[in-house]
Design a protein around this ligand. Sequence first.
Ligand code: ZN
Length: 163
Amino acid sequence: MDLANFGNELISKINAELRMKLKFRSDSTIEHTAFYVSSEECIEVNEGLLEEEARAKNINLKDYTYIIISHEIGHALDKQLPKIDTKIQRFERILKTQGYKEEIANRLMMCKLEAEQNAWNHAENIVTPKFNLLFNQIKSESLKKSKENFKLEKQLLKLKLKR
Ligand SMILES: [Zn+2]
């Protein structure tokens, strides 16, 4: 299956329907299955990682890609994202300059989680109803994984920044 072609078509359709100007790019060097680059309004996917994850989860590759790209479109639809990004940068700067503080680290991770939750909520509105069941499954697994990752990220920050 040509994932890049599928992604391009999906983004074109969304652009036409929602009057957006999203770009799409396949990049095998990114470390996530997919990523939204807000400064470029561009959705990037790593086709190899998408294939691996779909296989591991036993989900049809095209269906999985559809839902993951919808999540990234959800980031693009999130009007709160610039504000959340600004807060994330501010908390990261405070931690870097003042050393590790549990309260700031918690607020940083809450912002990151908020961005993920918002993206899933927006994605919910654009996903075809016949995918509702699969969507909810992937959404809850992904949010659980995000929470675990952010907890880990916090511990790493603590090790790195503690004075
Ligand atoms: Zn996301």
